[in-house]
Design a protein around this ligand. Structure first.
Ligand code: F6P
Length: 362
């Protein structure tokens, strides 16, 4: 007989497994605590609207297909810090009070936010300034939230990139080409490293380890000595050119976004050798694909635990995956413990042992 009211919002870039998390939150909240659960639309943007853009979730909401779908049916935003919100005339407004008011207007007893470190930082500040009761669930295909071994969405992205390598292998062999696959991950090389191992890449380039074009060429020549005439190269989007410059595309909205390092590697290899290269930039299919089983499981376990935290009034906590179980840590740990690939990472050793070229410093 609780009838507490809780909200859920998804914030930042979407990924596979978000719908599974929302579903799990709903079932735990409804079935165990008889809470009323509201899905807030488009992240914090929903709380800025009047009336607040939110829907009450029911059993009917989760008829079955949502669990299987990528993205988030609530919508999300990774634009516009509410403390410095961009407006059409180029000025910035502080919209934080509107969000805080929206939260209190909904008469919520707590809010579960599903986001990466950037979203958690914003929501933590809003919570502090506006007495909002929050619990966080980490999601990011980049898997760079250090306080958890896994974040929702990572496994799906790795799976998509692995499948891409699987599909590229046959065409690489048919044409005796070097196929270059550019993957996401921002400043962390987790997707490239994991998918590169799983998908049999010959070369893995990640932002954390310095490479050289000559190092790649040496590897391709060694393969040719063994009469292997085709190769698979996976490169993370934030890998820099040899001269240390970052590769970005300029978009029509004036923003510069990571992308294009695959083309650079291909051009350099074709300039210096007779290797024929082709490039695939995988992009947002890593986020929109149906979630893997492991992401659905992780999301479901996180959802249950997050509701329990709210029910116990344990606020400002983040759920995390550690040693095969869900635990909770202060949300600040989620924000402040950035995790990228370290040299001592056992997967770096694994890649080296498989004969993969991963850079010159290892
Ligand atoms: O942080 C997740 C991520 O997918 C990164 O890997 C990528 O660089 C970025 O978001 C893309 O963002 P957007 O959705 O704005 O293109």
């Amino acid at each position: 007989m609780s009838n507490k009211r809780i909200g859920i919002l998804t914030s930042g870039g979407d990924c596979g497994g978000l719908n599974a998390a929302i579903r799990s939150i709903f079932y735990r909240a409804k079935n165990k605590y008889n809470m009323d659960v509201f899905g807030i639309k488009d992240g914090t943007a929903g709380l800025m609207q009047r009336p607040v853009a939110a829907v009450q979730l029911t059993h009917k909401t989760f008829e079955g297909y949502l669990l299987r779908q990528g993205g988030t049916f609530l919508g999300s935003t990774n634009k516009g810090n509410p403390f410095k919100f961009p407006t059409k005339n180029g000025k910035f407004l502080d919209k934080s009070k509107e969000i805080i008011e929206g939260y209190h207007e909904m008469k919520l007893d707590g809010l579960i936010i599903i986001g990466g470190d950037g979203s958690m930082q914003i929501l933590k500040r809003l919570a502090k300034e506006g007495d909002m009761k929050i619990v966080a669930i980490p999601k990011t295909i980049d898997n760079d939230v250090g306080a958890t071994e896994s974040s929702i969405g990572f496994h799906t992205a790795v799976d998509v990139a692995t499948q891409a390598l699987d599909n590229l292998q046959s065409t690489a062999a048919s044409h005796r080409r070097a196929m270059i696959l550019e993957v996401m991950g921002r400043d962390a090389g987790h997707i490239a490293l994991n998918a590169g191992i799983a998908g049999g890449a010959d070369v893995i380039l990640i932002p954390e380890i310095k490479y050289s074009i000559n190092g790649i060429i040496k590897k391709l020549n060694e393969m040719k000595k063994h009469d292997v005439q085709h190769s698979l190269i996976i490169v993370a989007e934030a890998v820099k050119k040899e001269d240390g410059s970052i590769v970005m595309h300029k978009y029509m909205d004036g923003e510069r976004r990571l992308g294009g390092i695959g083309d650079y590697i291909a051009s350099e290899l074709m300039r210096k050798t007779d290797t024929e290269c082709r490039v695939t930039a995988l992009g947002h299919v890593q986020r929109g694909a149906p979630p893997t089983a492991s992401d659905r499981i992780l999301a479901s376990a996180f959802g249950v635990y997050a509701v329990d935290l709210l029910n116990q009034k344990k606020f400002d906590r983040m759920v995390a995956w550690k040693d095969r179980r869900v635990v909770d840590v202060p949300i600040d740990e989620g924000i402040n413990t950035y995790k990228n690939v370290e040299r001592k990472d056992s997967l770096v050793e694994t890649a080296l042992s498989l004969g993969i070229y991963i850079g010159d410093e290892v």
